[in-house]
Structures are given as structure tokens and as C-alpha cells.
Design a protein around this ligand. Sequence first.
Ligand SMILES: *Cc1c(COP(=O)(O)O)cnc(C)c1O
Ligand code: SF4
Length: 340
Amino acid sequence: MIHGTGSALQIPSWQDELKRSFKRPSELLDYLHIDPRWLESPPVHDSEFAMRVPRGFAKLMEPGNPQDPLLRQVLPVAAERVAVPGFVADPVGDLDRSPLPGLLHKYHGRALLIITGACAINCRYCFRQHFSYGGQPAGRRLLPSALRYLAHHPEITEVILSGGDPLMLFDTQLQGIVERLSTIPHLRRLRIHTRVPVVLPQRITSGLTRCLTLSRLQPILVLHLNHAREASEALGQALLPLRNRGVTLLNQSVLLKGVNDNAQTLCDLSESLHTLGVLPYYLHVLDRVVGAHHFETPEYRALDLHREMARRLPGYLVPKLVRELPGEQSKTGLGMTDGP
Ligand SMILES: *Cc1c(COP(=O)(O)O)cnc(C)c1O
Ligand code: SF4
């Protein structure tokens, strides 16, 4: 059963930590000793896509630095409100490609289940920031029809849990979903796309580790780090039990102006990921979502940066540079990833 709350259970510590998140720009800036006047674009306090920053993530920021690359990812600023042509509410066309609420089946062999609309951190560049999840996630009510869909499509061998962020669910809720997925015989792999461990390493509980590693399905965790400073010691520790039990650990990043748009930063990120036992998978160019134009890096620059990474790093530390185009059969590789 997917219950809405964990009321019968002890509230896990990561939930407490989540409640203590910074929710007001002024609070976060005070904590970092940053005068709002130092910022290039002033903070806004009434953003519809609210600020949400767990304290553990704020601790990784550099006090006194208004250009901190971690701060830039999460602080709501006035630049978001500038309308720029070409930036739309649903840039990847996801809302058109949903056979039923909470399920996306765009690519061969893989289906994506949206099991919650919630995230532990609200990233300002997120392409999902304008989705209304009212009735969208395949929660208690919609999960049975999503499972029926999967059962009737034997060509699907991998289910991707997504959101929002799937690790916002309690272990018991995830366990329920994983158990039901594992009864569908043609499914082989279970993938989870999540940023939660990066901002809340304590979310990787022993219960979660059991849930992922005791199932028949081969587990893959795809993290989301954009900067080497997010590869914290605490994250490394938290990932160890998953590494030791053979969970495939990958990372996807978004190329973001003022955050990671230089070769040294991207190479440092790849090296730091490897230290954590994580391989870089995708480097996405920005989806052109309303409110995120100030993060865009021109495509020629993205290609240059990617070539420079290839020159400096072993091949396995160079992520695929990709763009998501509506209606395509897969992510679209740019530059070297175009294939022969
Ligand atoms: C990105 C994505 C996937 C996964 O694609 P991979 O190339 O296998 O990582 C699956 N479904 C949807 C809807 C996606 O956007
Ligand atoms: S879906 Fe991912 S990128 Fe978007 S706000 Fe949530 S954690 Fe950030």
C-alpha cells in the first residue's frame, strides 16, 4: 500500500532535516553573510516555485560569496521573471507523451513513473517547475493503472522512478512499489533518478538499501550533481552501502551558466564523482523552460567544453552531452556523442 503519511511509524530523521530547510531567501542570505545588494539580480520572496534549500546543502556553499555556484542553483532571483522568447512551460513535451497520468513512455524499453511531485530542493533551472502535479503522480489511486500498463507492454524491461524526486517517499512506500514492479516478469531493471542524496545524504537509510538490493530487479541510481562541491564527504559515506552491494551509480548534470560552464569545473566534477564511485552519464544542455534563461549556455560553447573534457579526461569520465527534443526516440547526442 502506498500510504500518504508514515504516521504509524517513527518519523525518520531525514524528514526532520527536511522540515528545517531554508524557505526564505533572506534567511539563507543571512546564514551565508551575503548582503542582497551584492547579488547581480535581486532575490525575490514571493516566487510561485518556492525556495527550498536543506541546511546540509547550504553548508556546502561558500559564505560571503554572492556568486557561489551552489547558491545560484537555488536562490529565486528577479531574472527569472524576464520573459524570453523560446522559453516555454513544457520544453520537453512531456505532458503530451503521457499514456496515463503519472506514466511517461517515450523511449523504447523504458518507462518513467512519476511517483511524487515533491523535491527536497527546488532547482531554479528545473524543466518541471511549471508542471502542475495535481492528480499527476501515480500515487495510491493511479498506481494500479500504471502497473497494468507496464504488465501489458512486454517490451518494457526497465522502469525509471522519477518525480519530483522519488526518494521523497518513505521506505515503506517505495518498498510497496518495488515489490509490485518485481512481480511483472518482463521487467529487469529498476532505475531511480534522484537529487535527494546530494542534499540529504541521511536519506540513504538501511531500509532504502534493503529495498533496492533485495529485489529481483537490478538497481541503478542516477544522481544529479552539477558541481564538485556537491560531492561531499557525507554523500560518499552514504553511498558506500549501495556501492558495496553492487548498485550501479551514475550521475546526470545540467550545463548551467555561472555554475559549471567551464572546463576545469566540469573536469573536477567528473573526478569527484569517480571518487564517490559514481560515473558521469549525461551532461544535459538546458531545457528552455520559462524562468531559466539566465542559466543558458550557447550550444557552440557546450560543444567546446565537451571537447575540452574529452581532451583532459579518460573516456569513462566524459559524460554524453545531450539535449532533449520533443518527439525524438531518445535523448539527442551533441558533438562527439553523435556516433559514427
Ligand atoms: C530521459 C528519459 C528516459 C531515460 O532515458 P535514458 O537515455 O535511458 O537515460 C526515459 N524516459 C523519459 C521520459 C525520459 O525523459
Ligand atoms: S526535479 Fe530535480 S532538478 Fe527539478 S527541482 Fe526537483 S531535484 Fe531539482
